[in-house]
Design a protein around this ligand. Structure first.
Ligand SMILES: [Zn+2]
Length: 52
């Protein structure tokens, strides 16, 4: 038995695709805003971390 799942729905819902590489993201398709996959999100974080 897995007790780690916290969402009511199973993982069958549609996910938005990454705006950069079109990989499936962890965001729902109804997510408003830029959706990035974990990889691109990491790259973006590295880029923004260099500012200053
Ligand atoms: Zn991506």
């Amino acid at each position: 038995m897995d007790a780690t799942t916290d969402s009511t729905d199973s993982c069958a819902g549609p996910f938005a695709e990454c705006v950069l590489c079109r990989e499936p993201t962890e965001y729902p398709e109804s997510y408003k805003g830029v959706t990035l996959c974990p990889v691109c999100e990491w790259h973006e974080a590295q880029r923004t971390a260099c500012s200053g």
